[in-house]
Design a protein around this ligand. Structure first.
Ligand SMILES: NC(=O)c1ccc[n+]([C@@H]2O[C@H](COP(=O)([O-])OP(=O)(O)OC[C@H]3O[C@@H](n4cnc5c(N)ncnc54)[C@H](OP(=O)(O)O)[C@@H]3O)[C@@H](O)[C@H]2O)c1
Length: 305
């Protein structure tokens, strides 16, 4: 009877769209990726979790089991083709299919173009956030083609449409992710394979924890970050409604529209966002800043190696 009760509860919260679908999330050990994995689990999906930190992944796997969903965690460095092949093989051996791939693993560095570290920051970010994404996509796509269906969600950023100062290395790579998604979407358009790209604004994760507040791009110093859960909800909704592109929050579209009209207007809006009352008017400065939010979170365990 008790078992029947639990089963019924799981059935009740299941969204038929995602029930028993297999969702592979990279960068699932924390931040946005963890929130995305939990959001799909709440919809009744089965999860494959990838990131480098085995212990943090195991923790997320157990959180998913607590939601009565199945999960398989596979410690993976997405920059390693061998590790990515092993990840996809493990997913197929366990579940026999992949319905949704969320390419979310990545890093981000803050620093001006004249800084000595700039070129290295570009290389490292390209390696983790772009080449990692290409690696995983190239190994998953033949499976989606064979199935005749599937969705690929790529995590970019508002910086993938409009760069800010002191965030050049990140913006270069996020623009590349956006272009990669655009090409990919058109290459797979003839089948039932969908591609969505997500462009969130600053989000309260550990991505930029190491950066001092004064080093951040000026508008970021007073901006209220999105939560990982805000982004996760948008990812689930994008897959369900087959959205090609999602910008979060919606008001950030004004910046992107201004930039599309003319870089002068884009720069004007970016500069205006450094003024707290304007950021507040656009709903981007509503409470705690990134640093105030992140410093109240416990510091993550250091990844071994
Ligand atoms: N936070 C923001 O403001 C923001 C805004 C827009 C877009 N984004 C994008 O959202 C994505 C997730 O970032 P986040 O904010 O959640 O940052 P985060 O908390 O630092 O999480 C990054 C995730 O990526 C994983 N990862 C990094 N390098 C990896 C590699 N080589 N192989 C496998 N996994 C790797 C990390 O796990 P391990 O260290 O365990 O490998 C972690 O799970 C990134 O692509 C980022 O560019 C973030």
């Amino acid at each position: 009877m008790a078992i029947r009760c639990i089963y019924t509860k799981k059935e009740e919260r299941m969204n038929p769209f995602f029930a028993n679908k297999v969702v592979l999330v990279t960068g699932a050990s924390r931040g946005i990726g963890r929130a995305v994995a939990l959001a799909f689990a709440r919809e009744g999906a089965q999860l494959v979790l990838a990131a480098r930190s085995a212990d943090r992944l195991a923790q997320v796997e157990s959180e998913i089991r607590d939601l009565n969903s199945e999960a398989l965690s596979v410690p993976t460095d997405v920059t390693s083709p061998g590790a990515v092949t092993a990840l996809v093989d493990a997913a197929m051996n366990r579940f026999g299919r992949i319905d949704v791939l969320v390419n979310n693993a990545g890093i981000g560095k803050v620093g001006g173009i004249e800084s000595a570290a700039f070129e290295d920051d570009v290389r490292r970010t390209l390696q983790a956030s772009l080449f990692g994404m290409i690696n995983v996509t190239q190994r998953v796509l033949p499976i989606l083609r064979q199935q005749g269906s599937g969705t690929i969600v790529n995590m970019s950023s508002v910086m993938g449409r409009k760069a800010f100062s002191r965030f050049g290395s990140y913006a270069i790579v996020m623009h590349a992710v956006s272009a990669f998604s655009d090409s990919l979407r058109q290459e797979v358009a003839s089948g039932d394979i969908r591609v969505s790209v997500i462009h969130p604004a600053l989000t309260a994760t550990d991505l930029l924890r190491e950066a001092e507040e004064a080093e951040m791009p000026p508008p970021f110093r007073h901006m209220t970050p999105l939560s990982s859960e805000d982004v996760a909800r948008a990812v689930v909704a994008a897959v369900r409604s087959r959205k090609r592109r999602v910008v979060l929050p919606r008001t950030a579209n004004m910046l992107l529209l201004g930039e599309a009209l003319s870089p002068r207007i884009g720069d004007l809006i970016a500069t205006a966002l450094t003024l707290r009352p304007i950021a507040r008017l656009l709903g981007m400065s509503r409470g705690k800043t990134y640093h105030e939010t992140i410093l109240s979170h416990p510091k993550p365990m250091k990844r071994p190696g």
